[in-house]
Design a protein around this ligand. Structure first.
Ligand code: ZN
Ligand code: ZN
Length: 172
């Protein structure tokens, strides 16, 4: 189960649709777990330090193999990336439990859902140890590549199978 926690107010309809896309990608239930506050330590002015947030965000009721996805509308502080210092819309604890995504800087309207879902699938993938993928159509493709902001929020066959394997392992 993936538990989706909002840190600011987001449209319910978008969140429901987001959950459905995540379910399609991973074959796992996704549930809205409520709204929480960004922990004070993670706030830097109007921005959020995503690393601190993942460490300090309050937990929600979850079970051993659950993953928690936090969603915020605030911008993240810039991070060092292979492409230089840049804001990133997502961060996850590799092989861990928590991921966070920001809608800041993503397109609005109809395009938001697709772009946000792609980021969410990407960061949840890292929670199951998925690495970046070489298939530019896959949501696990390097997110700093310009083509990442277009295309469908889906996994390639290889990443889908790998994630299924990891999910099965987590359950045993
Ligand atoms: Zn990544
Ligand atoms: Zn892939």
């Amino acid at each position: 189960m993936i538990r989706l926690v909002t840190l600011d107010t987001l449209e319910r309809e978008t969140l429901d649709k987001l959950c459905r896309i995540v379910f399609q990608a991973y074959g796992l239930g996704c549930e809205l777990a409520g709204e929480l506050q960004v922990p004070k330590e993670a706030l830097k002015g109007d921005s959020v330090d995503a690393t601190v947030l993942l460490e300090r965000a309050p937990a929600v009721k979850s079970f051993a193999d659950d993953k928690i996805l936090y969603v915020t509308t605030r911008p993240f502080l810039n991070r060092e990336l292979p492409s230089g210092k840049a804001p990133t819309p997502g961060l996850s604890q590799y092989g861990g439990e928590r991921a966070v995504v920001s809608t800041h800087g993503l397109p609005g309207g109809e395009a938001l859902l697709k772009r946000l879902a792609k980021q969410v699938i990407h960061d949840i993938g890292h929670l199951w140890d998925l690495h970046h993928c070489l298939d530019p159509r896959c949501a696990m493709y390097a997110p700093w590549a310009p083509s990442f902001s277009t295309g469908e929020p889906i996994l390639c066959t290889f990443c889908r199978e790998k994630s299924e394997q990891r999910i099965r392992m987590a359950k045993t």
